[in-house]
Design a protein around this ligand. Structure first.
Ligand code: ADP
Ligand code: 5GP
Length: 218
């Protein structure tokens, strides 16, 4: 490790796994992209999905786009840390890259739905205290200011049909019932203000005493 990298790691303590969930259209992609732009050492967990790419999305960067048969093969092989069916398509997080990044001291950012976050919480509940995933876990729920605002954002994004938007809004109401399971809730009203709060969570989590207990002076 270079001395700069070592110094940076010593300041930050152990890595965090930042799990971000939100109803579709609440703004989590926008907020997560800003966090990644400001903190480029964060490893973004690229999920697998069986849904079709949206315009501008790239395989391997935004998602690994898989056929349903390939997705189910990987489920059977135990490759996923968690997976769920969301809006009629499968989505899942590959176990390997997350474990490698955390073991390397890198923060991981994960954009997953409420079912996926529930699965990871149950994995870490059964894990020993020294488990890296358990020590790293931090979760944030991004909430839209209202359902009307959510509808307007989905329409403005212009990526989904009216039927898909209607389905996502119904789903959003259900997803919001899970908000209290998260350690942090951020209402994405004014983007700048919401980003300031996400950034504050990220930085404050790095200052937690328990993330610095294993660091010894040279
Ligand atoms: P998600 O990833 O949660 O589905 P996106 O980040 O794609 O949501 O945001 C949905 C749409 O809402 C995008 O067009 C985005 O530019 C817009 N948006 C995000 N945050 C805000 C905000 N605070 N105010 C207004 N529009 C926003
Ligand atoms: P979208 O199709 O809009 O990109 O994502 C739809 C939903 O799937 C979002 O709530 C997003 O957080 C969720 N999602 C994306 N990747 C994963 C994943 O790997 N696992 C789970 N459980 N949900 C995911």
């Amino acid at each position: 490790m270079s001395s700069d990298a070592h110094r940076q790691r010593s300041c930050e303590g152990e890595p965090i796994l930042l799990v971000v969930s939100a109803p579709s259209g609440a703004g989590k992609t926008t907020l997560c992209e800003r966090l990644r732009a400001e903190f480029p050492r964060i490893v973004y967990s690229v999920s697998c999905t069986t849904r079709a790419p949206r315009s501008g999305e790239q395989d391997g960067r935004d998602y690994h786009f898989l056929s349903e048969a390939e997705f189910l093969r990987r489920v059977a092989a135990g490759d996923f840390l968690e997976y769920a069916c969301v809006h009629g398509h499968y989505y899942g997080t590959l176990r390997g890259p997350v474990a490698v990044a955390l073991a390397d001291g890198r923060d991981v950012l994960m954009d997953i739905d409420v079912q996926g976050a529930t699965q990871i919480r149950s994995v870490i509940r059964g894990a020993p205290n020294e488990d890296l995933l358990r020590r790293a876990y931090v979760d944030v729920f991004i909430e839209p200011p209202s359902i009307d605002a959510l509808r307007a954002r989905l329409e403005k994004r212009g990526q989904d049909s009216p039927e898909t938007i209607a389905r996502r809004l119904t789903q959003a109401i259900e997803e919001m019932t899970h908000r209290d399971k998260y350690g942090y809730i951020i209402v994405n009203d004014v983007l700048e203000a919401a980003y300031d709060r996400l950034r504050a969570v990220f930085l404050a989590e790095h200052c937690r005493t328990e993330r610095h207990q294993k660091i010894r002076p040279d």
